[in-house]
Design a protein around this ligand. Sequence first.
Ligand code: MTE
Length: 333
Amino acid sequence: MNRLPKIPWYEITPENMYLNRRQLMVGAGAALSLAALAACGAEPPAAPAAPAAAPAAAGESAPPTATPDSREPAASTATDELGDPLNSFEQITNYNNFYEFSTDKESVAKIAANFPVSPWTVTVGGLVDNPTTYDMDDIRKMFEVEERIYRLRCVEAWSMVIPWMGFPLGKLLAAAGPQSGANYVRFQTANDTENMPGLRSAWYSWPYTEGLRMDEAMNDLAIISTGLYGKDLLPQSGAPLRLVVPWKYGFKSIKSIVSIELVAEQPNSLWMDAAPNEYGFYANVNPDVNHPRWSQASERRIGESGRRATLPFNGYAEQVAHLYDGMDLSKNF
Ligand code: MTE
């Protein structure tokens, strides 16, 4: 059975049509609007159930700034393939983990607001036949963007459902011509000390890095995202391009990428360096393997009260469980 996400009603709708349709809906269907609000919730997200994973960066105490973006798309009645409603644009862009800016999730949007994301280049290199430096125009021309509605499950035990715009990471890697010795992919975030105040924190081995095994990276579910809700990514969401790997804990989905390198050996990530007993290389969502400091059996969906059961591989087992055949996932956490 194919359980890939269903295509929602606003896919491939030009922005002006998307907004016009939204206005029409608002004018014509009060009942529909109420249903949409009920589905997506309107209360601000509560604090995560779990304690922060590591000591907080120095120097942040700004109050939450959940100011809705004026470009915020309407609440949607679309769902993911499990029938879960989407989180709202406001929720997705005002409750963020992006330690280069702040460890306070509700301050990231404000602190990152003026982060310069254009011009931007990303290099694809290492063990490849065609090392390339792309700017965002190249990326937009070469890789057709599609919508993928994915659940994002943070290691801190909160989750959201997000309508990403993006393209398969495998297409970008294939264009680079991987060499036979390329077993892993290493990703790196911008190291912009001028514009990313969180980089002053000495707790972490900046820049933020992450890695995937080559077959994980080539799996169709792994995407490079450039937008959400039909809009370009905002800085707090990892503009102008980020990884999204929905079957892994959210920290694998590295933001604001400047370098993608194919390598022979398993790369270390920032989190593996920070707390090797707590964060492994694989980081597959797994309700049966607890974090040393909290349970991973359940999660809090942002906008919902109560908790829901966490699914193995975040509900994507059918597409990815085979990648780990024969592996002990309690050891390869
Ligand atoms: N990427 C970078 N560069 N820096 C970060 O702090 N946080 C990660 C991940 N990518 C992070 C990052 C974590 S812990 C999570 S849960 C997700 O981004 C959160 O993505 P979101 O803020 O878009 O929901």
